[in-house]
Design a protein around this ligand. Structure first.
Ligand SMILES: [Zn+2]
Length: 237
């Protein structure tokens, strides 16, 4: 459990260090395998913000979002229900990332879609888009069971935009969920820059199919070098 807590804390520092979070907002969680316990970055007067998360900023909660253990001065985030309901609905999930990356949120504010504007430049983020990235249409805080269930029902894949709010990504490991958040942010950054420069043109469907069709499902082993790269980029050992 300590190892998993360290992984959650490190992933928080990486997405914070890469600028995917706004100040202290956002949280990453992991399901403790074979249990109904979730480890999640906590909020409260003693926290340091996502970018500076230590393992003891990660507390244990149950599937109702109630704190089971963790140091004083920290509580489950108000939006713990994003996490609990995704885990309840989807037994295969091991980790959930919720963040507020500005560039992605801008696309939800102006109601412009993220377009498949590149191919070989970054196949994995193109694949993410080809799978479908829904937008949860409400800008509210997902702060109770009813909203948590509604949100989880609207989100069948690996990544979701939340209008005027942020993103949620998930996966079968902490590393996978965090890399999906990073890829989603890159997709939005490139779309944003292309919009500034001119009139972005989607690449043809057959090229999208060509690039994404043969891609293997990501695994920790395959994505380990990329994860190490992002960790090093933000000064992680
Ligand atoms: Zn939020």
């Amino acid at each position: 459990m300590d190892e998993l807590r360290a992984q959650v804390a490190q992933a928080c520092r990486v997405i914070g260090g890469l600028g995917l979070t706004k100040a202290a907002t956002g949280h990453i969680s992991a399901r403790v395998p074979g249990t109904n316990t979730i480890l999640i970055r906590a909020r409260g007067p003693d926290e340091m913000g996502v970018r500076y998360t230590n393992p003891d900023d990660v507390i244990a909660v149950d599937m109702d979002g109630k704190k089971l253990d963790g140091r004083e001065g920290l509580e489950a985030p108000q939006e713990v229900f994003i996490h609990t309901w995704l885990y309840k609905k989807r037994p295969e999930l091991a980790s959930v990332v919720h963040a507020h990356p500005a560039t992605v949120v801008l696309f939800t504010i102006v109601n412009k879609p993220l377009l498949p504007i590149y191919g070989a430049y970054d196949p994995s983020s193109l694949k993410l888009l080809a799978e479908g990235i829904p937008t949860y249409p409400r800008s509210i805080t997902v702060s109770n069971d009813k909203l948590g269930e509604e949100f989880a029902n609207s989100f069948p894949g690996r990544a979701c935009l939340m209008r005027g709010h942020g993103i949620t990504t998930c996966g079968e490991s902490v590393q996978e969920a965090a890399l999906t958040a990073i890829k989603l942010n890159e997709l939005a950054e490139m779309n944003y820059r292309a919009q500034l420069l001119g009139d972005p043109q989607p690449i043809p469907d057959d090229e999208i199919a060509h690039i994404t069709g043969g891609m293997k499902k990501s695994s920790n082993k395959r994505s380990a070098p990329l994860w190490r790269y992002y960790c090093s980029l933000v000064g992680e050992k």
